[in-house]
Structure formats: structure tokens, C-alpha cells
Design a protein around this ligand. Sequence first.
Ligand code: ATP
Length: 308
Amino acid sequence: MNKAIVVGSINMDIVAFVQDHPKTGETIFGREVKYFPGGKGSNQAVSCKRLGSETLMIGRLGDDAFGGQLLAFQQQQGIDISGVRQLENTATGAAFITVADSADNSIVVVPGANALWDDGFIDELTIEQGDIVLAQFEIPDTVIEKTFNKAKAVGAMTILNPTPVRTINADIRNSTDLIVVNEHELAALSGREIDVHKDDTIFNGAARLHQEDYGTIIVTLGDKGARLVQAGQKHAIAARPVSAVDTTGAGDTFIGGIAAGLLSGLDLIRACELANIAASISVTREGAAASIPSLDEVNKLLRKRGHM
Ligand code: ATP
């Protein structure tokens, strides 16, 4: 059976709930602190697994207490953690988030072990024809290049989620089959103004990336759903109307849904429909990884909508 292989970041998200954000030099009391397993790589791996695919995580943790907790968390999800290493005398990646009563947040991400990889991992990694390899931009380019090149050499598919957005180098671009971006990343990569209320601006921006050999493009648009551009075809997927309470991790849920859907034999449009429903459920719940639904929950809704 083919699997999803996620090469990416693993973080501990430390969230302090405060009335107002502290000003420079100020010390304030917070109301509550919560610890959430996070990192785009880890979230996408959880999504792949919950939505039905065998999943291998490739990542780097520190040898501190968070490292042990995050490894245990991934194992509890049923993710194959044989590609995760704990580096000696290194801090695990962490995101320090303050959430104010106004719901605004401010975030400091310290990559820690996520930025420290040596080349050895690529020799140990087995990728098979038909597997799907996913990467995001919270880890070094060289790691993505090596993994995607190996994936393409054996006939696996590659999905890139270039966030936080930076230039996509030619080596990564040439070995990417599908990229998934939101409207801000699309604007940054295409150099075009994107108006989420105007489909032509989205399709034109995506078509521009498609012409420049970025592969197939999926643009996620929050409560406006998603748009797909592949080999001259355009397709719109409307969002399922819901009352959103926390959209953190919606994009990660969506991407895991695409990989899991494709691995189960769906075509790309059907996989996007599954991903869209999964992500719409995730925004009705708090947290990132914690909010990702199971395949059963998604299938029930797909059946109701006549998609199965
Ligand atoms: P994040 O960085 O928070 O994960 P993102 O910008 O990468 O988010 P979005 O485009 O906000 O991702 O959302 C991804 C998908 O989640 C959307 O394409 C849609 O399917 C679903 N979604 C997000 N927000 C809503 C919403 N309010 N109602 C219904 N579906 C939603």
C-alpha cells in the first residue's frame, strides 16, 4: 500500500491567553497557557493519517522535554516516526503565541531542530513508486530538494506548500507536481494582485504559475473554498458554509486531505472535495492538529452531499 511521506517541521505551540499584548519592556499576567503540538509538517502528517493514509514523518526534534512529548504525540496518532530524529543538545522548535481578548495574535517562531539537518537522512529514506511526498517551507531548501529529487526518480508524487512564502528555487520547482498556496502566497509568487472576490484574478495568478512550470496549482481561499488549475483546466470548489471558531490549521488539514484522497484512489477534483469538507470541519473546532476530523466524519458529510 502506498503512503504519505511528510518532510517538515515539528513544533510545540505555547499559547498564552492575555487581555492585551505586552508593550516593549512591560511584564503582564496572562490568564491561561496551553501547549499544542504544531508545526506545518506535523499537522499535515496528522491530517494524512486521520484521513486514511499510512503516513511516515521525516523531521527533527531536540532532546528536551518537548521533543519527547511531540514524538509520543505522533506515535499516538499512528504515524510512523522512524524518520524523526532527536538531536543532542538542541532545542525543539517552538512557537510562542499570545492571543489577546480581541482575538489578535502575535507569534514568535524559533525553528530550533527544524533548521538543523545533516545529509544522512536521504540514504535512509525509502520512497516507493506511487507514494506522495509533502513538504512545506519551515525547513531548509536542501532537505526539500534532496527528498523531492529522490521522489521523482522513483515515480512518487510531490506536493509543495510554500509557506512561510519565499522564492521557490528552480530545483524544487522542477521536481514539484502540485503546489498548494493561499491567496497571499499566490500574490507573492505570481507578482499579481489577487482579489478573493474575483475568480479571474485567482485563475490568472494560478495560470501564470502553471505556465512557469510550478505544476498543478491549488489555491485555498478560506470561506471561499478553493480553486484548481491543471493542464489548462480550471475548477472551483465552494466552501461548505459553517460557523468557524478557529481557522488555525485549516490549510494543513486541506493538504493532508488531498494526499489521503489521492492515495485512496480518488482523482484530484474528488480529493479536493474531500479536503474541503475535512477543512470545513476543522475550522469549527479549536486548535490545529486537535481539530482535524476522522475519515468517517468526512465521509458521512460527503455522502449527505451526494459526493459518494
Ligand atoms: P492556515 O494558515 O490557518 O492553515 P490557510 O490560509 O493556509 O490557513 P485557508 O485558505 O484559510 O488556509 O483554508 C483552507 C481551507 O479550509 C479552505 O480552502 C476551505 O476548504 C477551508 N476553510 C477555511 N476557512 C473556512 C470557513 N470559514 N468556512 C468553511 N471552510 C473553510
